[in-house]
Design a protein around this ligand. Structure first.
Ligand code: NDP
Length: 329
């Protein structure tokens, strides 16, 4: 049966940004409700080893980290609702959100932390070797490729940035791009072309991620890529130990279109040094607004900022519902 909810802080999304916002809001006695979405835990639930989230001396598992964040948010008093928000109304306070299960949420403030998803090529072997040689995050996984050969697929700022970052570890980095010019900023291109470890393969697409089961290892690992030149259709094989797909991300913002200001790629716009959106009382935190850093720890930092800003907003503006109305909801 569908339910009516009322809260001072409604948090939409359950990645590091959402859980951190929840932890801070709950500890500020704001009694937050977090709606967890259809991929609870977000992008970290599809990663394996995490070595760059501070506080853990040894590698931890992404799904475990998210379970801990969820438990921490609940332990300090967050109510978690397992549902997907399908519609919102930010025209007046209390703001409204409706979930796919029919639940209706009224909220004095809203923190949007619905994240983004990496785009994948969808070619053969990509899914099979994801986490076993295929990645969409060099910052997360580059460290594992010390003195190995890797490839980066894409031609935008992310691809070039990832390729340059990978030169810190890998013995060779091959950038594979489907056209004969990069989309990335000129200065980034110059840095890439000048780097001795980098080679660029132009006009080419990955047709297959190839791997094998190494002796004594429980899982197969990536060993190379089948690459097709789009101009002459020649297929060649490139031996690599790792492949980084960097062809863009899609922020999960379709439900907020027309309700909040976004850039032309669908990222929610926020004020400088703030998580405030163009609607007072609505905040955006994490990958849904950040296309530069995209890290769990930066998302968590933004979640913290959003909760502190929501708290300040309520302190300054009060609540729109009388206590008796709120109790009845
Ligand atoms: P972009 O959309 O800018 O670039 C995606 C790249 O992937 C393009 O070169 C595109 O090729 C290629 N591509 C897309 N689909 C496929 C496919 N199916 N097969 C092969 N190649 C494909 O995404 P980014 O993630 O690089 O950047 C997103 C935004 O974030 C941009 O605005 C960027 O400027 C910004 N950004 C800024 C950074 C910074 O300032 N430090 C760092 C990272 C990102 P094609 O060129 O042919 O379309």
């Amino acid at each position: 049966m569908s339910a009516q909810h009322y809260t001072k802080v409604l948090i939409i999304g359950s990645g590091p940004a959402g859980y951190t916002a929840a932890i801070y809001a709950a500890r500020a006695n704001l009694e937050p409700i977090l709606v967890s979405g259809d991929k609870p835990g977000g992008q970290l639930t599809i990663t394996t080893d995490v070595e760059n989230y501070p506080g853990f001396a040894d590698p931890i598992q992404g799904p475990w980290l998210m379970d801990q964040m969820k438990a921490q948010a609940e332990n300090v008093g967050t109510k978690i609702v397992s549902a997907m928000i399908k519609d919102v109304d930010f025209s007046a306070r209390p703001f409204k959100a409706v979930a796919d299960n029919g639940d209706v949420f009224e909220a004095e403030t809203v923190v949007i932390s619905t994240g983004a998803t990496a785009r994948w090529l969808g070619t053969e072997g990509e899914e099979k070797y994801r986490g076993f040689g295929v990645s969409a995050c060099a910052t997360c996984d580059g460290f594992f490729y010390r003195n190995r050969e890797v490839a980066v697929i894409g031609g935008g700022n992310s691809a070039v940035e990832e390729a340059l970052f990978l030169t810190n570890f890998a013995s060779k980095v091959t950038l594979i791009h489907r056209r004969d010019e990069l989309r990335a900023e000129r200065i980034m291109q110059e840095r890439l072309f000048a780097h001795e470890k980098v080679e660029v393969i132009w006009d080419s697409v990955v047709e297959e991620f190839v791997g094998e089961q190494p002796e004594g290892m429980p899982m197969p690992g990536l060993t190379g890529l089948k690459i097709r030149n789009v101009k002459d259709n020649n297929v060649s094989e490139l031996k690599v130990d790792g492949a980084f797909v960097a062809i863009g991300h899609d922020p999960a913002t379709s439900v907020f279109k027309g309700h909040l200001e976004m850039d032309d790629e669908g990222y929610i716009l926020s004020a400088p040094n703030s998580t405030a959106t163009n609607i007072a009382g609505v905040y955006a935190a994490g990958d849904v607004t950040d296309k530069i850093y995209r890290q769990a720890v930066t998302a968590a930092g933004m979640g913290c900022m959003a909760a502190l800003e929501a708290d300040k907003f309520i302190a300054e503006h009060g609540v729109s519902k009388k206590k008796t109305e709120a109790a009845a909801a």
